[in-house]
Design a protein around this ligand. Structure first.
Ligand code: ZN
Length: 467
């Protein structure tokens, strides 16, 4: 017995030393996440028993789990076998501080909503503190629904950027230009000065892409549009703008400019591969060709377009013309009213189907593309994010398949588009850092943001003479 035990110990020592020896030739990484990996790469590869090796903020390898585990030794693992791992969702258009105005005035036209309710409510209530708390609430809501990158247009955008950075989230964050005194800057000169400082401050930041956001052609003069674009281009910053989002905008543009909104923007030199155009509803065939040729990214917002009865963007035609079309929530006030991008996948597909009276109009795989890789293309960030590939940022989400609505799965894209919900998102990593783990937020004080939102409701309602 004794002899055998000694032999066994000797054998164990030998095995351990072989392992240790093996480890010295392995590459060390920070994290390995394993599960059903839906890459959204060019071949749309799916590894049913896959893994992703992450070092710092970057994916260093991706493939079958056995291969990755043999090649890399690791500090931290997340075993998500049997769950989906996807690139984080991209919310291509929103106004995050408006979470605090959620539900303020719904069921009115866009024109009335803007001019009768929202612009006055903003003038009375929006300051930097409002923006910070609204942003915190929105960061929590977005992380919970698997969004890892969002594009935003609002005021005090530097405060939005600071909060987003603190939460470890990725953002393309545009300071708004508009031809009336805004809550933060009262004149166009002040808007230009603020934005220049803002663009300078965030140059080269790994998470924050500071941008300029001329609101639209119906709220900005030609000069405001051109000045804001010139400033953005001086700093190689993106330009975010609402384009062709309502019939009135098209009619007024035809009357005043003798051109569609897209042709007008092209004529004044605004369009280019740095522009992200929200909505693009009233775009004809010539407009779609222009958007594709100028490499403008478009963002489709089905909830918002339906809620405001703005119209239906010709998404299949835009995609067919080669335009990168992402998805956005818009809102969250008055035109959605939430920040759940998974809902937008579902609605984008169904809206296209009912509009065309064809279930083939826009499929599950297409809308998952729009929420991930095409969303990244629309924001001109496809080299960084949008798919799980070696060399890209480690922005990924883990989605549970263990709830009643998550079984069975015959087709992963159909499950994602039509059956799985935001609360099936379990964990979220952005740039190699977990911002949510097993439904627990790691970087945002959600409870404090909820308490503040309730307080703001009282003061906003009082400022408008509401009960
Ligand atoms: Zn918008």
């Amino acid at each position: 017995m004794k002899v055998r035990s000694v032999a066994r110990i000797a054998m164990l020592v030998a095995v351990v030393s072989v392992l240790a020896c093996g480890q010295s030739t392995e590459q060390r990484v920070d994290t390995i996440v394993s599960g059903i990996v839906v890459t959204m790469d060019a071949e749309r590869r799916i590894y049913n028993d896959g893994a992703i090796a992450i070092s710092g903020d970057t994916i260093v390898a991706i493939g079958p789990r056995a291969e990755i585990e043999a090649k890399y030794s690791v500090r931290e693992t997340l075993d998500a076998r049997g769950k989906l791992i996807l690139p984080g969702f991209v919310n291509g258009h929103t106004h995050v501080p408006m979470t605090l105005l959620r539900g303020l005035h719904d069921d009115v036209t866009l024109n009335d909503w803007l001019y009768k309710y929202i612009f006055p409510a903003e003038a009375k209530n929006v300051n930097e503190d409002f923006v910070r708390w609204g942003t915190r609430l929105a960061l929590a809501e977005q992380i919970r629904s698997g969004v890892t990158t969002f594009a935003d247009m609002y005021y005090f955008e530097d405060a939005v950027a600071e909060e987003t950075k603190k939460a470890g989230m990725r953002g393309v964050l545009g300071e708004t230009f508009i031809d009336f005194p805004a809550p933060d800057n009262k004149t166009n000169a002040a808007m230009l000065a603020y934005t220049e400082k803002y663009l300078q401050k965030w140059q080269g930041d790994p998470l924050i892409h500071a941008a300029a956001a001329p609101h639209s052609i119906y709220t900005c003069s030609q000069k405001t549009l051109q000045d804001s674009a010139a400033l953005a281009r001086k700093y190689h910053a993106p330009i975010l703008i609402h384009v062709a989002e309502m019939k009135k905008e098209l009619d007024d543009s035809l009357k005043n400019n003798g051109a569609t909104p897209v042709q007008y923007l092209d004529r004044i030199g605004l369009l280019g591969p740095d522009v992200v155009a929200a909505h693009c509803i009233f775009v004809d065939e010539a407009d779609r060709k222009t958007l594709a040729a100028k490499q403008v990214g478009c963002v489709h917002n089905p909830s918002s377009n339906m809620m405001l009865a703005s119209g239906v963007a010709p998404v299949p035609e835009e995609r067919g013309a080669g335009v990168a079309v992402g998805l956005g929530t818009d809102g969250p006030a008055g035109s959605n009213n939430d920040l759940d991008l998974m809902e937008e996948m579902d609605l984008a597909a169904k809206l296209a189907k009912i509009t065309k009276m064809s279930p083939l109009a826009l499929g599950a795989k297409a809308v998952v593309e729009m929420a991930t890789i095409d969303g990244a293309r629309a924001l001109h960030m496809e080299k960084e994010i949008g798919s799980l590939e070696k060399g890209k940022k480690a922005d990924l989400i883990v989605i549970s398949l263990d709830e009643p609505n998550g079984v069975p799965v015959y087709d992963i894209y159909a499950a994602l588009a039509y059956a799985l919900k935001a609360n099936d998102v379990e964990s979220v990593m952005i740039g190699g850092r977990f911002v949510m783990k097993d439904h627990k937020l790691q970087t945002v004080d959600e409870e404090a943001a909820i308490v503040k939102a309730r307080e703001y409701k009282k003061s906003v309602a009082a400022s408008l003479g509401m009960e």
